[in-house]
Design a binder for this molecule. Structure first.
Ligand code: GDD
Ligand code: MN
Length: 355
């Protein structure tokens, strides 16, 4: 057995039969020694019963029945546990992922050209069809946040393949939807390839992604920090630079106002600029270890924009906490500075210093 393809299902009775048929055709046409493992969470619509029926005629089709809806990622992991193949894969049951791409992806991984192959909506040539603007936007923001950890263009896709070794002895947390990102953070791999795909929104049934998924996602993002020592280091350094900037700001303000006799509000604007510039230089060469010359103008502009945004975020939360939550304004400011700091770090990490 070469390829074990897992399909998680929850209420997919209109889709699953057609998908399995297409995958089997791909396997036969391209002489892929593959198996299909469907993991069904006791779907109320009877997906499980349909599977039991078609299983009888297909030797390479396995079905795992779980007692209740236990989540997408955990279903995938459960399926991989009984996988016989050297290569593991996953795709959605709702025909959103093109089975025609299986062969191309499989060839790459089989030839050893990559340890992980990704069916990518955001690689050049990739597309999404049928999603609302809101869903597109949410996906974009989530993908952008993931850049803290990876440069993969579509770390949220539910269509990918990998060598078994990538996740061997790796402890994967199975909460939520985003199993690939978790593998990218914790797995053992060298080369990754992204193959453009067109994601077509389902025509039958409903998406199972909900508000809960957003919460799991943010929780997971924080939880990944210890796995990426580099990010932790950058985070701490960024904080130290921030403190140095505050001291420089105060010192400049004092000098300009007291020694040069400049009106204190004008001094404050200059102090802000001096401190921001010093922060920029230190973060560029020390925190993010870039050469000073690399795109210095463009990056200074980006850094300034994010600094201003962070200032906006600071003022917004200061106002919100003080006026609406009736928190004492100095305490509000401590909380607001914390949030602004996070925005500042994440913004600069994924936008300004992302190369
Ligand atoms: N067994 C099981 N248990 N399967 C589940 C569960 C569950 O709790 N929740 C969802 N699934 C199955 C669905 O039946 C479907 O086959 C697949 O997982 C994807 O679920 P959808 O509900 O269709 O997700 P989506 O289309 O909103 O999200 C897709 O795109 C995301 C990228 O934006 C998925 O591919 C996600 O993995 C992906 O992150
Ligand atoms: Mn779907």
């Amino acid at each position: 057995m070469e390829l074990s393809l897992v399909i998680p299902t929850y209420n997919e009775k209109e889709n699953i039969q057609q998908l399995i048929k297409k995958i089997q055709e791909e396997f036969t046409k391209n002489k892929i020694k593959g198996e299909i493992i469907v993991v069904d969470d006791n779907s109320p619509d009877g997906t499980g019963k349909i599977l039991e029926k078609i299983k009888k005629k297909q030797k390479n089709l396995k079905v795992i029945h779980r007692s209740e809806k236990l989540g997408l990622s955990s279903a995938v992991l459960e399926g991989w546990k009984i996988a016989k193949g050297r290569f593991l894969g996953v795709m959605d049951a709702d025909l959103s992922h093109p089975p025609e791409k299986i062969h191309e992806m499989y060839s790459i991984i089989k030839n050893g050209d990559a340890d992980i192959v990704i069916g990518s909506r955001y690689a050049q040539g990739g597309k999404i069809k049928g999603w609302s603007l809101k869903r597109k936007l949410m996906s974009k923001v989530a993908t952008l946040l993931a850049r803290i950890y990876t440069n993969v263009k579509d770390p949220m896709t539910g269509f990918f393949m990998l060598k078994k070794e990538v996740i061997e002895k790796v402890n994967l947390n199975s909460k939520g939807f985003k199993i690939l990102l978790e593998i990218l953070v914790k797995g053992k791999y060298r080369a990754i390839k992204e193959i453009p795909i067109t994601f077509v929104n389902r025509t039958h049934g409903k998406s199972k992604a909900g508000i809960k998924e957003i919460f799991f996602y943010l929780q997971n993002l924080l939880g990944y920090l210890p796995y990426k020592k580099k990010v932790v280091r950058e985070f701490i350094k960024f904080g130290i630079v921030g403190i140095s900037g505050t001291i420089i700001n105060l010192a400049t303000l004092y000098l300009l106002t007291e020694r040069l006799g400049i009106y204190y509000l004008i001094s404050a604007v200059f102090s802000f600029l001096v401190a921001m510039t010093s922060n920029f230089v230190l973060n560029k060469i020390w925190t993010f270890k870039e050469s000073m010359k690399l795109k210095i103008g463009e990056k200074y502009l980006k850094f300034s924009i994010i600094s201003l945004c962070a200032l906006g975020v600071n003022l917004f939360f200061l106002y919100l906490f003080t006026e609406f939550l009736k928190i004492y304004y100095l305490i509000s400011q401590v909380l607001a500075i914390g949030i602004a700091f996070l925005v500042n770090f994440v913004g600069n990490k994924i936008w300004t210093f992302n190369e």
